[in-house]
Write a protein that binds this ligand. Structure first.
Ligand code: ATP
Ligand code: MG
Length: 225
């Protein structure tokens, strides 16, 4: 379980989160939803310790980010932006690196097949299209075998077929017991895969169960009306 308690995040002139708290259950998919510039990416960065929170605390499976940072980070994989991949390294280099860092036993060849990257495995990142980079980020998360995976807009730039494929992989990871926290603007996908939705509004997190309601309507009521 991921527990975020009373975090406070601000940049120079902008308050993004004020005493925001929420939990993410094990073996679930939780989507983080809010308009551009609200603080979704900042929140993911705070959860994985890349940005500080002035107050509160974050725990992953009972391990505190503040007091046991290394053990905390081992529980978690953050699929950052495709821009953060190493341009001169290959697809396989990235997966080998993740496997080593997370001391995982996951078979890289099997994951390459699963995300349909086998034929691209020896290509450098600079040779890849955006969808292939997104596939690699997902493959890295799978290879890490971390119990908690954070993803920032993993469906960006994907066509309908690739989106469906990603949704299936998210759901199969949940079946395997993985915990996914996904920031996304793709509200149809959010509706199909999520157990809970975290709406970021007025520096707070509102947790809503996905009971099959129309997420686009809920979004409009929350932000547009
Ligand atoms: N390093 C930084 N220094 C100062 N301001 C920042 C920094 N990073 C982000 N911001 C600002 O914080 C706000 C929230 O940014 P963030 O990227 O977290 O939003 P977001 O919800 O992820 O948006 P999007 O949906 O466009 O990805 C924005 O106004 C952004 O300009
Ligand atoms: Mg963002």
């Amino acid at each position: 379980m991921l527990e975020v308690k009373q975090v406070h995040v601000a940049f120079k002139n902008q308050l993004l989160l004020q005493n925001a708290s929420f939990t993410v259950e094990d073996a679930s998919i939780t989507c983080l939803v809010a308009p551009n510039g609200t603080g979704k990416t900042a929140l993911l960065n705070v959860i994985c310790g890349l940005l500080p929170s002035k107050t509160g605390g974050i725990k992953c499976n009972g391990i505190s980010l503040r007091s046991k940072r290394r053990a905390f980070l081992h529980q978690l994989f953050f699929v950052q932006n495709a821009d953060d991949l190493f341009a001169n390294l290959t697809v396989k280099d990235h997966l080998r690196y993740v496997k080593k860092m997370w001391q995982s036993r996951i078979d890289i060849a099997r994951v390459l097949t699963q995300v349909e990257l086998t034929t691209s495995q020896n290509k450098q990142i600079q040779q890849l299209s955006l969808d292939k980079k997104q596939q690699l980020l997902l493959a890295m998360a799978i290879v890490s075998d971390a119990p908690v995976v954070l993803m920032d807009e993993p469906l960006n730039g994907l066509d309908v077929e690739a989106t469906q494929k990603f949704e299936q992989i998210f759901m199969s990871l949940r079946e395997q017991g993985k915990t996914l926290l996904i920031a996304s603007h793709q509200l149809d996908s959010v509706g199909r895969v999520s157990d809970k939705i975290l709406f970021l509004k007025e520096q707070q997190i509102l947790t809503v169960e996905n009971l099959g309601q129309d997420i686009a309507t809920q979004y409009a009521e929350m932000y547009l009306i």
